[in-house]
Design a protein around this ligand. Structure first.
Ligand code: NAD
Ligand code: UFG
Length: 338
């Protein structure tokens, strides 16, 4: 059992993480500026776990407040989710991405160092592999050509953490490269609740299913893939949270910096996602083919052997489960957390 500080803990992945931590008998302190979330998921997490957590509204760019939080609380490890995550937006507002994702991370690492806290699990992304690697992506492949500003911020933060571990052996760092997290907790109480028009495929799909949007646009059907639509590796958010628990455990025992891909190793096309969603939930999803979305790569999926071997973690959920759970969340919460 340890005291874990979760940055961005009110968000989609963060809230599932908080639940997994509480259920594994850890104590949890969440810091979040609520720019893309609200308090409701944390209230529901406490109810589900029958245990309370500490919430502090704080922007990770606020050095002073961060330092105070580390002084006021005894913290063993940090799981760092806070940041901005929309690829398209990162092309329009690069400075904002550099500020939240890079400068914010530097503030956090400084506060950790000052407080002698050296264990961290960082939310990185498969986008760091860029366009020059062929799937399945392996952790040893060169990640040096990020194809958008969001990926650039993840790569920069990974590289900073690698250098910190080289400079000071007290650091113990897990870089988790997520593939595409979807699904929701089986209770249907917490899930993905994007603000405004959803950017990602699954919230778009479920909002069409609930009648909030007219039809799904599939971006591009002329890719060099089996059915012409893009292929991705979708991972259940509950499996993803479990991977963090394993990484945390691993890092509390070993020093240095290590990277793990967190995906299922299976690629599925956009069309396959739509058709499987329809089948498992017995629904029809109106759709249209739309032009390719700028910045999309045709296909990628993970080699997850290292995570399975070293972290002794294994994804438990199939695509069908993920799509049932995504719909269960949306159906029970047509307006999200409102
Ligand atoms: P999310 O937007 O739901 O959660 C992020 C949380 O961080 C939100 O609650 C937001 O309010 C908070 N936040 C943002 N900027 C902050 C700041 N400066 N200070 C304090 N809090 C701040 O996103 P998510 O899907 O849960 O993603 C969590 C992490 O995982 C992000 O770092 C994201 O880049 C990474 N990631 C996500 C995906 C994905 O597809 N969802 C894939 C790969 C990596
Ligand atoms: N797509 C559609 N219609 C939509 C939304 C998406 O056809 O309405 C397609 C996209 O073109 C893409 C696929 O569905 O081919 C998946 O798109 P998402 O936006 O759901 O996810 P991305 O693969 O673009 O990126 C996601 C996260 C990133 C993360 C990455 C890691 O948004 O933050 O996964 O693989 F880094």
């Amino acid at each position: 059992m340890s005291n874990v500080l979760v940055t961005g803990g009110a968000g989609f992945i963060g809230s599932h993480m908080c639940l997994a931590l509480l259920e594994s008998c850890h104590d949890v302190i969440v810091i979040d500026n609520l720019s893309n979330s609200c308090l409701e998921p944390l209230k529901r997490v406490e109810k589900l776990a029958q245990k309370s957590l500490i919430f502090i509204e704080c922007d990770i760019r606020n050095d002073q407040k961060l330092r105070q939080i580390f002084k006021d609380h005894s913290i063993d490890a940090v799981i760092h989710f806070a940041g901005l995550k929309a690829v398209g937006e990162s092309q329009r507002f690069p400075l904002s991405y550099f500020e939240h994702n890079i400068a914010g991370s530097i503030s956090l690492f400084k506060a950790m160092e000052q407080a002698n806290v050296f264990n961290i699990v960082f939310s990185s992304s498969a986008t760091v592999y860029g366009e020059n690697n062929r799937s399945p992506y392996h952790e040893n492949m060169p990640a040096n050509t990020p194809y958008n500003n969001y990926a650039f911020t993840k790569l920069m933060t990974e590289q900073m953490l690698e250098k910190l571990a080289l400079a000071d052996q007290r650091w113990s760092i897990a870089l988790l490269r997520y593939f595409n997290p979807i699904g929701a907790h089986q209770s249907g109480q917490i899930g993905e609740d994007p603000r405004g028009k959803p950017y990602n495929l699954i919230p778009h799909l479920t909002q069409v299913a609930i009648g909030k949007r007219e039809k799904l646009s599939i971006y591009g059907n002329d890719y060099n893939t089996p059915d012409g639509t893009c292929v991705r590796d979708y991972i259940h958010v509950v499996d993803l949270a479990a991977a963090h628990l394993h990484a945390l455990d691993n890092r509390l025992k070993t020093n240095g910096c290590r990277t793990w891909n967190i995906g299922t190793g299976q690629g599925h096309s956009v069309l396959e996602i739509k058709e499987t969603f329809e089948k498992v939930n017995r629904l029809d999803i109106p759709f249209e083919y739309a032009p390719r979305r700028v910045g999309d790569l045709p296909a990628y999926f993970a080699d997850n052997e290292r995570a399975m071997r070293e972290l002794k973690w294994q994804p438990q959920f199939q695509l069908e489960d993920m799509l049932k759970d995504s719909w269960n969340w949306q159906r029970q919460n047509p307006m999200g957390f409102k």
